[in-house]
Design a protein around this ligand. Structure first.
Ligand SMILES: Cc1cc2nc3c(=O)[nH]c(=O)nc-3n(C[C@H](O)[C@H](O)[C@H](O)COP(=O)(O)OP(=O)(O)OC[C@H]3O[C@@H](n4cnc5c(N)ncnc54)[C@H](O)[C@@H]3O)c2cc1C
Length: 349
């Protein structure tokens, strides 16, 4: 079988790249281990424009956000399925320092931030609001498992998906491409998630994975709340008084085990938002693929241009992934230079 691109891994990274390459008329084969748990299958899929205690709005964020939403929207329109749930975020300050950080942002960058905020009203008999807050606009969450499944079905229809494990040692480098089993391709792109450097081509990549826990909760008293609530942790309404709650963040490079400590940590964070009764319906854990300082790494192997890498989507894969996949596809297909900060070859040290 002769194809243009062999993609290893069908998480968010491999899926996004597959769409971009197919859009450019390329023949792909995506091979995935089909594990029950992966970062993409567990992810909350949140898009939080003003993230962290400092409400940082990184350079280029607006372009990536607009690109991501247009991309998910194009799939929704084509397949008639909702993938991205637009939700405002009730952002509650957890300490006076956050109030100060917010005031200072508005003073210095008010014009740029205007698009992303509105005044907040909230029922303080249910939600604890000691320091105030604001309503964040243009947030939401991607139903990542639904996106993965839609991608998988589309690939299956094109005979472009297979369950299996590609071991890097089985990939033979040939002059005009690579060979894996009976497949020949111009390039192979490894999108393996947190185990991305357990691969002899990329064992030098500084992976720094972080495990995380997410709960599904039943909170009947908040059944009318349609916004995401965020105060260090977050609650995402998914309908009928049920919420996703999360998350924890602990650097770890071995298989995630779901244990009571992770659930307790998330519940304690939820208690800072609300004291109304909450019952745990489900608890899941997975490991996020983080590289060094939360950098996305992509591009061609320095010695083998037939071998490429796309990884490090980190905690913001939903918003950053589509734009980067588009740039990587342009690079792979047309040789257009990659954004410097994400280019694997420019970040060897
Ligand atoms: C608790 C938690 C909460 C999160 N919340 C958010 C959030 O709110 N917003 C957000 O944007 N991001 C969030 N993330 C991060 C998000 O999950 C990641 O950015 C993204 O899903 C990573 O996708 P990936 O494809 O790189 O990796 P993965 O999802 O790990 O996918 C890798 C895939 O490759 C397969 N694979 C690996 N090696 C091989 C091989 N050799 N052969 C074949 N297949 C292979 C794996 O089985 C897997 O299917 C969260 C993550 C966690 C764990």
């Amino acid at each position: 079988m002769k194809i243009d691109f062999l993609i290893v891994g069908q998480g968010l990274a491999g899926s996004l790249l597959a769409w971009q390459l197919i859009d450019r008329g390329k023949r792909v084969l995506v091979v995935d281990r089909d594990e029950a748990v992966s970062s993409s299958k567990v992810a909350a899929g949140l898009v939080t424009p003003l993230a962290g205690a400092r409400f940082n709005l990184p350079d280029g964020f607006e372009e990536r956000l607009d690109f991501a939403r247009a991309f998910y929207w194009s799939l929704e329109e084509k397949f008639g399925e909702t993938l991205f749930h637009h939700r405002r975020i009730a952002r509650l300050f957890s300490r006076p320092k956050e109030q100060e950080a917010w005031a200072s942002r508005l003073e210095k960058e008010g014009e740029r931030y205007a698009r992303f905020h509105a005044p907040l009203t909230i029922d303080e008999s249910k939600i604890s609001l000691p320091y105030g807050g604001f309503e964040m606009r243009e947030g939401g969450w991607l139903d990542v498992p639904a996106f993965l499944e839609l991608t998988r079905q589309t690939l299956l229809e094109r005979a472009a998906y297979a369950i299996g494990r590609v071991r890097s040692g089985e990939v033979e480098i040939e002059e005009s491409g690579i060979r894996w089993k009976n497949i020949t391709a111009a390039k192979v792109i490894f999108c393996e998630g947190w185990r991305g450097n357990r691969n002899h081509f990329f064992d030098w990549v500084p992976m720094n994975p972080a495990a995380g826990d997410i709960l599904e909760l039943n909170i009947p008293d908040l059944a009318d709340e349609g916004r995401i609530i965020s105060k260090g942790s977050w609650l995402i309404p998914i309908g009928g008084g049920r919420f996703r709650a999360g998350s924890t963040y602990h650097h770890r490079d071995h298989e995630a085990e779901t244990n009571a400590a992770g659930a307790d940590e998330v519940l304690a964070k939820v208690r800072v938002i609300t004291r109304v009764p909450a019952t745990v319906l489900q608890h899941r854990s997975a490991i996020r693929p983080i590289i060094r300082r939360s950098q996305i790494f992509m591009g061609l192997h320095p010695a083998h241009p037939q071998v490429a890498f796309f990884n490090g989507l980190g905690s913001k894969g939903v918003v950053n992934g589509p734009w980067h996949a588009d740039r990587l596809a342009d690079h792979l297909v047309s040789g257009i230079p990659l954004p410097e900060e994400a280019d694997l070859r420019r970040n060897l040290l």
